[in-house]
Design a protein around this ligand. Sequence first.
Ligand code: GLC
Length: 665
Amino acid sequence: MDKNDIKRLIGELTLEEKAGLTSGEDQWMTKAVERLGIGHARTSDGPHGIRALDYTDPKANVTMPAVCFPTAVTTASSFDRDMLFEMGEELGSECHAYGVDVLLGPGVNMKRSPLCGRNFEYFSEDPLLAGELGAAFVNGVQSKGVGTSLKHYFANSQETRRFTSSSEMDERTMREIYLPAFETVVKKAQPWTVMAAYNKIGGTHATANKTALDEILRKEWGFEGLVVSDWGATHDRVGAILAGTDLTMPAEDTDMQIVEAVKNGTLPEEALDKCCERVLELVFKAEEGRKVSAEFDPEKAHEKARKYAANSMVLLKNDGDFLPLDKSEPIAFIGAFADVPRFQGGGSSHIIPTKITGALKAASEKGCKISYAPAYDPATGKTDTKLFTEALDLAKKSEKTVLFIGLPDSMEYEGGDRPHMKLPEDMNRLVEAVCTICPDTAVVLHNGSPVEIPWADKPKAILEAYLAGQASGGAAADIIFGDVNPSGRLAESFPKKLEDNPSYLYYIGEDDRVTYNEGLFIGYRYYESKAMEVLYPFGHGLSYTSFEYSGMDLDRWRPLDPETETVTVTVNVINTGKRAGYEVVQLYVHPDHVKMIRPKRELKAFKKIYLEPGETKNVSFTLGKRAFACWDPVSHGWTVEKGRFGIEICRNAHDVIARRDLWTR
Ligand code: GLC
């Protein structure tokens, strides 16, 4: 069905049928027009697993089991484009099994504050990382003939008053922080759909925001797909069509507003036709996509989910190489999350897993000698005298302990923001007590966003497992007992306390205005520019081996003309340890002598590489204009100042390994 066929079809539609095409049939499907052979396209959440309705009886609204893969906060920590692509392929294949044509993800909103209740569903505080991984995921899903929905476009960085609040920011902040992840995914992956967010942007709802939807998304970036509203995010059907929201979801009984508007001349029929064209393009892409052959085996997918989780978890601390533990020695696992891990967040992305692998089960399958005490109620994180005493008694009898703690489901979910960054108080007490009794203790954290860790100096090791999907416990056990060498790096900063976070004074805003007063300076852009110490920096993560760097070089020394030239950066990476492992090579650009106000450094390239013990690999990156550019609010375009830029290979956003200077002209 090419564009001419679609235009012909549109010519045969009645006005009422056209209006009907721009809103849903029900909660998940587009409308069909049987007499013209136009079928439905079926959507389904979500970014890390299918919230699969029994599509044989969609009205039953029954969610069927599906594989829960690691959430975005977890997979972002892999810094692994290939893994995100592969996970996308897996989900695309599973969509075929469930009759899903469009998977409603990925979410690439920036993490302005650790408090956002949906941070677990988003990748990072850094737009480059979020964009690159989001594009890989979209390409993976769509390689299987299944569409995606890039969301939530844009500046949907809080849950409080999400339906009515207006995100207000200056042009540079918008262009350099809140748009680039969407821009990268559109330009590198052409998602079948983009989901317009609930919030307003500069006072106009995203679904009615022509600047965002038409001028930037379509005309400037070349987006070719369909814009769908977030569910219930359209407040004005006619305004939505005029701005470029092609499909309002879910079903609404407001189609007649569009018919009336065309009849009374307030809505040009050509604008309606354009939206119908995109709906039909989606429907026929879905029809074609269903022909793609795709195998899906839930058991194999579960094992892949375990591999992805293990490739993403972040070893934050490992004093004296405490981890990995020896499978032959008796170990105490303390904490109910050892039995059933917290592995996903609450809200529209929440699914019923096909199975769950907890660390306790995985460790016993490895033949480990594990004793166990639940210590707290997993639903609340609260303990009682019996549970607490039992846990401490076990710690007293143990040589080594692994504590599993984190945020209960009730503390982070879609639709709400956290009031603080604290773990449940009883869990903090538990860690302090157990580490005092049994100093040889490691802690495994399950949380969808940074938490304050007042006891960070107490345990020998801390593994950030995040919300790592249904195989989370298996992955944690694989790392704890050394079957996997951890290689995750933080995709967000862990401040020491909430008050250190740059959005702290302004987050959630006042009434319906949310002013992004911290501007460009979110996450490490703030902490590094302020030289503020954090608990763990963006890009941080330990390994069971060690890596050294040498021979950093540029392929040019002359000043760079950024409009026409590029610079290639090379560096050698050596595995100086005794184990094979993955290293994430991180390249940042540090504007030195420039007039514009810039963050101290920004991630501009990264690569994850595998090295055998003693192996050396030469890694190269080619940087173009955008690696040095900032947005000029006067010319309303990207500009590179004449000046000096430090090109830095870093272990994380704070620790510079090597730097070479480059002048621009
Ligand atoms: C929700 C979410 C969106 C989801 C949609 C369908 O409110 O904001 O991410 O895909 O509605 O459930």
